[in-house]
Write a protein that binds this ligand. Structure first.
Ligand code: FES
Length: 234
């Protein structure tokens, strides 16, 4: 953890007691660790947070080879917070990373009925500008049944039938290189239901059983629009 950030976090804890806002690193109890995986581009070069454009959706696969995640630059700093009951149990979300603390990541799997991006289409998308009414601005929306999640607030549900927040991905930031590693998840996971629902498709897309393997080493980050042919916004 960055030293400056730790000091700020520690000071905040002692000053605020059980206040809801928390800094990065204060959520060890809610972090489920997976393998530490470096985020890289298609050439194998480490992704730099400065290269991630605001309003662009990026995708990588983590914590399993077949589980898609959004990587987003929200364009503004977002501190960690505690989600009181979004997952059934209180859960911490560590906030954004990067020099501006604006980079976040979430499993791109709807917690309602595990809708996901596929190479053909995606009903679940980050919607930086919103629809006609503007209400979905800055949300991750799932157009299958209208669920909305707020990536600036730990992926919490802000509309529709989804019963719980998106699974947040813990990112480690390396100040020296501006690089990113994914290291685990926060909150409820729907990976089992996801693998069950898409067993046949994932076999075709990733090869037998590869999708179920834990990610390791490196994960390639791509633009969402390069991964999926058609994105649906609502
Ligand atoms: S599957 Fe996403 S809202 Fe129903």
């Amino acid at each position: 953890m960055q030293r400056r950030r730790f000091i700020r976090f520690a000071a905040g804890i002692f000053a605020l007691g059980t206040a809801p806002l928390l800094g990065r690193g204060g959520h060890a109890a809610t972090l489920k660790r997976y393998q530490r995986v470096k985020l890289v581009d298609a050439q194998g070069n480490g992704i730099k947070t400065a290269a991630l454009k605001k309003d662009e959706s990026y995708l990588f696969f983590y914590p399993y080879m077949g589980t898609p995640c959004f990587l987003l630059n929200l364009g503004a700093q977002h501190d960690g917070l505690r989600l009181a009951s979004a997952y059934g149990n209180p859960c911490g979300w560590p906030g954004g990373i990067g020099a501006d603390r604006s980079i976040v990541a979430y499993a791109a799997i709807c917690t309602h009925q595990v809708t996901r991006p596929s190479p053909k289409k995606s009903f679940i998308n980050y919607n930086p500008k919103g629809g006609k009414s503007g209400e979905a601005s800055g949300r991750i929306t799932c157009c299958l049944h209208g669920s909305m999640f707020d990536p600036a607030q730990g992926g919490k549900v802000v509309g529709g039938p989804a019963p719980q927040a998106l699974t947040a991905i813990e990112l480690d930031y390396d100040e020296a290189t501006d690089g990113i590693h994914a290291v685990g998840t926060h909150g409820g996971e729907v990976f089992k239901a996801y693998f069950k629902a898409y067993r046949k498709e994932l076999r075709q897309e990733f090869g037998t059983a590869l999708a179920l393997q834990e990610s390791s080493g490196e994960a390639v980050v791509m633009r969402m629009s390069d991964y999926t042919k058609r994105q649906f916004f609502c």
